[in-house]
Design a protein around this ligand. Structure first.
Ligand code: FEO
Length: 168
């Protein structure tokens, strides 16, 4: 039987991953409104990945005979001031997710739940990659500033970000 605290934290994380889906979708919609197709594709692809992250936890909970609790997904911000503002929000969110995953790992160690700890290794690697990806785009947006041609060039570059990654 799973430790109650670990169970609760995994359920919270599953719901946070569903919220991540909403957040990326909101950002993707914003990029669509700006006709920045590359940014739109990147964030839409990322949104789909987030549902896969949530479902990974969902499946794990069922495998362990754990209770699945589907909470209300909060409404994401839907007003973005600039591409930089939107990508900054995505980056901040990924950093927060990393912190939450680390918190769960810490508790799995305290209660000797090694199975969950090993399960979460995948998420630790994924978070590192996603943080790095968002950070790279963010830094480029900062360098570009208000240069429209630079923004359009970056738009074509980010179109393929994450495209070759395996989807689990
Ligand atoms: Fe599921 Fe972007 O972390």
């Amino acid at each position: 039987m799973m430790n109650e605290k670990v169970l609760d934290m995994l359920n919270e994380q599953m719901n946070r991953e569903f919220y991540s889906w909403y957040l990326y979708l909101s950002v993707s919609t914003y990029f669509n409104s700006l006709d920045l197709e590359g940014f739109e594709q990147w964030t839409r692809r990322q949104a789909i990945e987030e549902t896969q992250h949530a479902m990974k936890i969902y499946s794990y909970l069922l495998d362990r005979n754990g209770r699945v609790v589907l909470s209300q997904i909060p409404e994401p911000t839907q007003k973005w001031h600039s591409p930089l503002d939107a990508v900054q929000a995505v980056y901040n969110h990924e950093c927060e997710l990393t912190g939450r995953i680390n918190d769960i790992v810490r508790v799995t160690r305290e209660v000797s739940d090694y199975s969950t700890e090993v399960f979460l290794h995948w998420f630790i690697t994924e978070q590192r990659e996603e943080e790095a990806m968002a950070s790279r785009v963010l830094q480029k947006l900062k360098m570009i500033g208000s240069d429209m041609s630079g923004l359009l060039m970056l738009d074509s570059q980010v179109a393929s970000v994450g495209q070759a990654e395996p989807t689990e």
